[in-house]
Design a binder for this molecule. Structure first.
Ligand code: PHE
Ligand code: ZN
Length: 863
């Protein structure tokens, strides 16, 4: 059944209060819901329930006979209710056999919940929609073998329940929708700390982990405190309860979940220190802790009216966590990382059969819409709005949004209206970014006139056709830009219609075709045709830029632009061009290498930036540049470029390796060391290979994993011995073993289908654990193009077979993992046919609604 955004109807009842009783037993759980309902109109009111065994149904205390229960497909459909009623249900669910990891389930011996978006209905009968907000009182009862009985809000009371059982009673004073409910029952260790808010309130901070993991919680706790201060300073937002709890669970479909006052995290994003996690992992933990914490205001205090509005909370919260990370670290490097992710995940989605606008118009399964588009492109849209209003204007808008909508479930339009009203500005032009799918292409051509010393920039935007079939009107595209002189110095230009010359300009391109003219400043005596435009600085809009820059001009930007993001991005373009040239047997990297020599020698640049500018774009980015793309050939060409760069930069590589100890001291130094080590290994530099072999056993995980990654595609014995040593060292550390699985699966040398089957039989592999599935099959699809895209279709077949199996246990994970199989458009007919065949196999297996939606869309697009 397809749901449409346009079908929205407000709920016909208000839930004045909700009481839950959760009674956990070894082989079943009994859930009682008691709701005080007040009718708003006489439309029926649904208490959703899924896979529940209803035991009793009461209205105002009177038991209703079983044959009169208003049971329908989706739950109890209440009709003809009086103005105020108390509805009570008693039902049974089975967390002990729940492998979908939605609703109440068991993870590593503890009970936990995942309710977003529609998981609550698998726990008990309830109006499971985000626009029904109410205050929850929750009683949890379980065996004393589980000391922790946790839920949202404040703990009111605990006590004995007889029979070696006990109970806890929680009350959350903040009204919330069912998707933010959580409960955890387990025997856990707790790291405790506290935070004093700006207004002087004390907040207890508890991080619960499986026994024995306390020593891995320090980084998460520090990250939480940083997030709490940052939100106070940047947005004036304070935490609003006396207790903030985080629970780390091993079995989790996603990254983490912002349940009110009781965040539940994939343990991978909590448990980390320098010996078990890389610097990048630690950075990730920090940003996910921040993301979930920030949801307390953007998501929880003000939530979504319906799930079509998901980007209201997700796009905004990703934007907030990106700003936080930029403040905590280097803003330029952070921006490069965010854009790199957008290009690798969202741009491909936008040209795929599952393309959708950030605010979708329809869905079959809402779980399939937790996408890079809703999250990352959604964040880009907020960034454009924020840039357009300026930091202060955006803050004014946010303030109004909270004061107007606190405690409400609202829409994206409400959000934009608050920004507009607070600034007395019309933002209606931006609405197209919410309703149109597809990545706009922005073409920029130059018309240079030495007669009047001007440069006209000719902008043409095109909105592509997508599978979503949304309108294709021109969008407002903010373009930040400047000009560089031939020696790299910033040039002062005056924009037509303005009085002053400047080095940095912001345009808003709104029409399909626009020309903007710049005049050189009187003080500039060079030739106007020697100026290099630096376009789309900071990636000021999520578009594909099609410019007419020469290689020399890009090298100029890469070496000199004052905008660090554009330096990185110029390198990305040059590297992509180089890979494609290598794939055609015409590769050459001399000029690039000379530019890198200059950058590496520049003491004013951070090591972290040097490392990031050395990163070669991945296959997902490369394949968008040629049609049809051959991922296997691109992978080989990428290795060839790496080898050539490693050769050309051999002095830099040797110097860095000789200086290993110094580099090893900082995160930036380690990143740079790892990059150069990888180039050295790719170039077959014997010293580099030897050093990588030794570095695999370094006590610092960044260095250890960096060394293994450097060896991944090398035929050397060091790869084999390194993987073995890593395995033996970490075989009892389940999270670290995920790295080992990944590296085994990604190796173009060792990661054969036979090896993958072996990995899935390994004792550290758990077919019910999404992290493990992603570490083997996900890493294989994303990181082993030579084998996944093998021309005989064996990689696609293999994945299809496993997805059919996974789908029976965990449809959400299966649907998400099927996405790479649906991205057929980029490839030649042979590969397309192989992918199609794999999809047909899945379709023939009668997949879940989740996987079915993805596969049906892909098959429809290719019909
Ligand atoms: N709402 C979570 C987040 O973005 C993601 C999530 C969605 C987690 C659905 C679990 C299930 O932070
Ligand atoms: Zn989120």
């Amino acid at each position: 059944m397809v749901k449409l955004r346009s079908d929205y109807k407000a709920p016909s009842c208000v839930v004045e209060e909700a009481y839950l009783n959760i009674d956990i037993h070894q082989d079943h759980t009994v859930v009682t819901t008691r709701l005080v309902l007040c009718t708003v109109d006489d439309a029926p009111f649904m208490l959703n329930g899924r896979d529940l065994d209803l035991q009793a149904f009461r209205l105002d205390g009177f038991d209703i006979e079983k044959d009169k229960w208003p049971l329908t497909d989706g739950g109890l459909l209440l009709e003809g209710l009086p103005a105020k009623t108390i509805v009570e249900t008693v039902s049974i669910c089975h967390p002990e056999s729940n492998t979908a990891l939605e609703g109440l389930y068991l993870s590593g011996g503890m009970y936990c919940t995942q309710c977003e978006p529609e998981g609550f209905r698998r726990i008990g009968y309830f109006p499971d929609r985000p626009d029904v907000m109410t205050c929850f009182t929750v009683r949890i009862e379980a065996s004393r073998a589980f000391p922790q009985l946790l839920s949202n809000g404040n703990l009111l009371e605990t006590g004995d329940a007889g029979d070696d059982r006990h109970y806890a009673l929680w009350h959350d004073p903040h009204p919330k929708p069912s998707y933010l409910f959580a409960c955890v029952v387990g025997d856990l260790d707790c790291a405790a700390d506290s935070f004093t808010t700006r207004s002087g309130r004390n907040v207890d901070l508890h991080i619960y982990v499986e026994k024995g993991n306390l020593d891995l919680t320090g980084h998460a706790m520090e990250s939480l405190k940083k997030s709490m201060s940052w939100d106070e300073e940047r947005f004036g937002l304070e935490y609003d309860l006396d207790l903030f709890q985080i629970v780390a669970v091993s079995h989790f479909n996603m990254g983490a979940m912002e349940n009110k006052g009781l965040n539940i995290f994939n343990s991978k994003y909590v448990l980390a220190d320098k010996s078990t996690a890389t610097d990048a992992d630690l950075h990730n933990v920090e940003s996910i802790i921040a993301h979930e914490y920030f949801h307390n205001w953007t998501g929880n205090r003000v939530t979504c009216r319906d799930w079509f509005q998901l980007t209201l909370k997700e796009g905004l919260t990703v934007f907030r966590d990106q700003c936080f990370s930029a403040d905590m670290h280097d803003a330029g490097v952070q921006r490069a990382q965010d854009v790199s992710m957008l290009r690798a995940a969202q741009f491909p989605e936008d040209r795929s059969p599952t393309a959708h606008p950030i605010r979708p118009e329809s869905y079959r399964e809402i779980n399939n819409f937790y996408t890079a588009t809703v999250y990352e492109k959604g964040a880009e849209v907020i960034r454009m709005l924020s840039g357009y209003l300026g930091t202060d204007g955006f803050r004014r808008g946010m303030d109004l949004y909270f004061s107007r909508h606190d405690g409400q479930a609202v829409t994206c339009d409400d959000f934009v209206a608050a920004l507009a009203d607070a600034n007395e500005i019309d933002l209606s032009a931006f609405s197209g970014w919410y309703s149109q799918a597809g990545t706009p292409r922005l073409q920029v051509r130059r018309d240079v006139s030495s007669v009047d010393a001007s440069i006209a920039l000719i902008f043409t935007q095109t909105i592509p056709e997508t599978a979503a079939n949304t309108p294709r009107e021109p969008l407002p595209i903010p373009v930040r830009l400047g000009f560089l002189q031939a020696d790299g110095a910033p040039a002062m230009l005056r924009r037509d219609g303005e009085n002053e010359a400047r080095t940095d300009h912001v345009l808003l391109i709104e029409k399909a075709h626009e020309v903007v003219t710049f005049y050189v400043d009187g003080s500039f005596d060079g030739a106007v045709d020697e100026l290099t435009p630096s376009l789309l600085r900071g990636f000021s809009a999520p578009v594909i830029l099609d410019d007419d820059l020469t290689m020399v001009e890009r090298l100029n930007l890469m070496t000199h632009d004052e905008d660090l993001f554009n330096r990185w991005d110029a390198a990305q373009s040059l590297l992509a061009d180089a890979v494609i040239a290598y794939s055609r047997g015409q590769g050459d990297c001399d000029q690039l290498a000379r530019c890198y020599q200059q950058i590496l020698a520049d003491d004013n640049l951070l090591d972290q930036f040097k490392a990031s500018i050395l990163g070669i774009p991945g296959i997902a980015v490369l394949e968008s540049r040629i049609k049809p793309a051959d991922p296997v050939a691109l992978h080989d060409a990428r290795l060839a470029l790496q080898a050539a760069l490693g050769q050309a930069l051999c002095d830099e590589v040797d110097a860095c390796l000789a200086n290993q100890a110094t580099h090893a001291e900082t995160a930036g130094g380690r990143a740079l060391l790892n990059q150069l080590l990888a180039l050295g290994v790719a170039a077959g530099n014997a010293a580099a290979v030897k050093m990588a072999g030794a570095q695999v056993l370094d006590a610092n995980m960044s260095l250890s994993q960096g060394a293994l990654r450097a060896l991944m595609d090398s035929e050397s014995p060091e790869r084999v011995s390194g993987l073995k040593a890593f395995h033996d060292r970490w075989q009892d550390a389940p999270l670290v073993m995920e790295k080992w699985f990944q590296m085994e699966a990604m190796s173009s040398v060792g990661g054969t289908l036979e090896r993958l089957e072996e990995l899935m039989q390994h004792k550290a592999f758990d077919p019910n654990n999404p992290n493990k599935i992603r570490a083997v099959l996900g890493a294989f699809m994303a990181g082993n193009p030579a084998r996944f895209y093998a021309a005989d279709g064996s990689g696609f077949d293999f994945i299809a077979r496993h997805l059919i199996d996974i789908d029976k246990r965990n449809p959400q994970v299966a649907a998400r993992m099927a996405l790479p199989l649906t991205r057929m458009a980029a490839y030649d007919d042979g590969r397309k046919a192989q992918m199609l065949y794999a999809l047909q196999q899945i379709q023939a297996s009668k997949p879940s609604n989740d996987l079915g939606e993805v596969v049906d869309k892909a098959l429809a697009a290719s019909a």
